[in-house]
Design a protein around this ligand. Structure first.
Ligand SMILES: [Zn+2]
Length: 305
């Protein structure tokens, strides 16, 4: 299946997988019929997606004991028989069986090793370039992202990136408005709708890796653990744009609240990018802009708070 046209090859791989896996094909087709609500949050439009099929991920127990006691769904022996993969650069491309957006992929390390971004940014840049080259005219390409082990990853024990069809998230609209000229600053910090946002822009992978290492060090606390963060990467015309959103915590208080004040919101990378997945219809119907500002205020960093 390997050929030189990566983008088209991956698209054909997805089609091939969906043609032979009906339940997942149905879920991808169902994406076109999901209900959305638009909300103005911190002066930006975000989208709520009502997607009850994501309930397992939203309610996933990601503490060490729970993770250790379940079979890893990214390891070869535990994946569904229908699931095929494409291998590149030490990773396996898998179609995500519970998609949030079209062409939703998991890029899983071939080995069962922990979710830890240190030393992996070069891989993220390589994947983002690989998935977007060469991009046929009028095709959307791919948007690649990373969920930290403690802020969104359902498999914190098995390293993976994810990719989705580009162009669906409010974060990408935000990034598209930023300069990608060679003369643009490599690193800028600002507050986006979901909190502090560090943008790294450039056409040299090595420079971006060094810049990310600085961000990683600055975000790190004394505990030696990986700083909580979601990372996003897009690529066009030889230039990468990487966005790092540092996290204060994974789940907001409303996730744990009982009764009427409870709402099952469990933000991972796409939620921080402005596609907020809501698995319970009552939550979807009642959540307000103020609720989402509260959620982002708890899980992201805002300089004014
Ligand atoms: Zn595994």
């Amino acid at each position: 299946m390997m050929n030189t046209c990566h983008y088209s090859g991956v698209v054909r791989f997805i089609e091939s997988q969906l043609s032979s896996w009906k339940e997942v094909r149905d879920r991808f087709e169902h994406l076109h019929h999901l209900h959305y609500r638009q909300l103005l949050v911190n002066r930006a439009n975000i989208k709520l997606q009502f997607n009850s099929l994501r309930v397992r991920s939203t309610m996933a127990k990601t503490d060490c004991a729970s993770v250790e006691s379940r079979p890893c769904f990214l390891c070869a022996g535990n994946r569904p028989a229908e699931q095929i993969f494409w291998e590149w650069n030490g990773y396996r491309v898998l179609v995500n069986p519970y998609p949030i957006l079209p062409k939703h992929l998991t890029l899983a390390d071939s080995r069962h090793v922990p979710q830890s971004i240190a030393g992996r940014i070069a891989d993220m840049l390589a994947w983002t370039q690989w998935l977007n080259e060469p991009l046929p005219e009028n095709e959307p390409g791919f948007f690649v992202f990373y969920n930290g082990a403690k802020c969104g990853a359902s498999a914190p024990d098995h390293f993976h990136f994810q990719a989705v069809e580009a162009g669906h998230t409010p974060l990408e609209q935000h990034l598209a408005g930023r300069s990608t000229n060679a003369g643009a600053p490599l690193k800028t910090c600002e507050t986006g709708f979901s909190g502090r946002l560090i943008l790294l822009t450039g056409n040299r992978a090595e420079t971006l890796c060094d810049a990310f290492a600085d961000v990683y060090r600055q975000c790190r606390n004394a505990s030696e653990e990986e700083p909580m963060m979601n990372i996003f990467c897009r690529y066009a015309n030889g230039v990468w744009q990487m966005a790092v959103i540092p996290r204060r915590k994974h789940r907001p208080d409303c996730y744990f609240a009982a009764g009427d004040s409870g709402m099952l919101i469990s933000p991972g990378a796409l939620d921080m990018a402005g596609i907020v997945v809501i698995v319970r219809e009552s939550d979807f119907n009642r959540i307000t802009s103020a609720d989402m500002e509260q959620v982002y205020g708890e899980v992201g960093f805002f300089s004014s708070r």
